[in-house]
Ligand binder design. Structure first.
Ligand code: GLU
Length: 305
């Protein structure tokens, strides 16, 4: 496996020259376009890494997976899916039109920004600090990494430029879809997007989901099999923005990407995979990351279909 990953990084490094690093959040624009890393965590707890696997980047939209899990754990699936749908959308992750014109009663799914702001609003905690602490401590548990924290520069950059997310959130508030103070909810959302991680952290989350909610390295059950199934299913249908269908056909693995360049992938009953490559395609997905997952999927026959 180690050699396979090393070879895959070498053969796909060339693709990092394509695409661009996200810059609509200015801090993300500082990433090194040529970085490329991968980590595989198998269900017996073995870990294999190659390339820039230990480099830190922010979770961005991968944090939507964590927010969805916590929203369900704190409120039950019935309440969560009364506030946010489970249908894919062909629109971009921060689309306003789909929320207003097509689906004003609730956002399409928890993997687009509007849906994630809605799930974040459901996470338990009396104050913003308590909510983000709950998110951080759960993330530390499912990554086995006690150093997981918010990258303050990225958080401030997101908060300063997040007007589109503000628009989505205030629109939902005006339709009675959000309870509580909008700015506080957004603050938690911006912080969860700015949680710093590396390929190993996200591969471990993928492995936990692949293992039906059990941490492979300790045997601890952190979520039920049902919740892990719901989350993986929504990752398959909605996790790769408006390229989810193409990704399912070509690669066939439940996955969630983030504009920081990470992709968190979970191959049921086999492994978790974390990839990082900050150069993105026009849908906001890591170009190198997708190439790595494609090669791994072909090589190890990982498609679930
Ligand atoms: N923080 C980003 C935003 O809300 C997350 C987007 C993403 O990774 O897709 O714009």
């Amino acid at each position: 496996m180690q050699n396979l990953l090393k070879g895959i990084i070498e053969s796909n490094k060339i693709y990092t020259k394509e695409g661009t690093v996200a810059s609509y959040i200015p801090e993300l624009g500082k990433a090194n376009k040529e970085d490329l890393g991968v980590c595989v965590v198998t269900l017996d707890g073995k870990e294999f890494m190659a390339g820039d696997a230990e480099k830190n980047f922010t979770m961005q939209s991968m944090s939507k997976v964590i927010a969805l899990i916590l929203a369900i754990l704190d409120n039950g699936k019935k309440l969560v899916f009364s506030k946010v749908g489970m249908e894919p959308t062909g629109d971009s992750f921060n689309s306003i039109t789909s929320l207003e014109v097509k689906h004003p009663e609730r956002p399409f799914n928890p993997m687009i920004n509007a849906g994630a702001i809605a799930t974040t609003a459901l996470i338990s905690g009396e104050t913003d600090e308590e909510k983000i602490e709950n998110i951080l401590s759960f993330t530390r548990k499912i990554t086995g990494n006690k150093f997981i924290a918010v990258n303050e520069e990225v958080y401030r950059s997101e908060k300063a430029t997040g007007n589109r997310n503000r628009a989505l959130a205030y629109f939902m508030k005006s339709n009675g879809l959000l309870e509580g103070d909008v700015e506080s909810i957004l603050d938690v959302y911006f912080k969860q997007c700015s949680i710093e991680c590396n390929c190993r952290d996200i591969a471990r989350i993928g492995a936990m989901l692949a293992n039906d909610g059990v941490l492979p390295w300790s045997g601890e059950k952190v979520i039920s099999r049902e919740v892990s199934r719901i989350v993986k299913t929504i990752m398959v249908t909605c996790g790769m923005y408006d390229a989810s269908g193409e990704f399912a056909v070509g690669i066939g693995i439940p996955a969630k990407s983030g504009v920081g360049g990470g992709i968190l992938a979970s191959v049921p009953r086999r492994m978790g995979i974390g990839v990082y490559g900050p150069s993105l395609d026009n849908k906001g997905n890591s170009i190198g990351g997708i190439k790595i997952l494609k090669e791994l999927s072909d090589e190890l026959d990982l498609s679930i279909f």
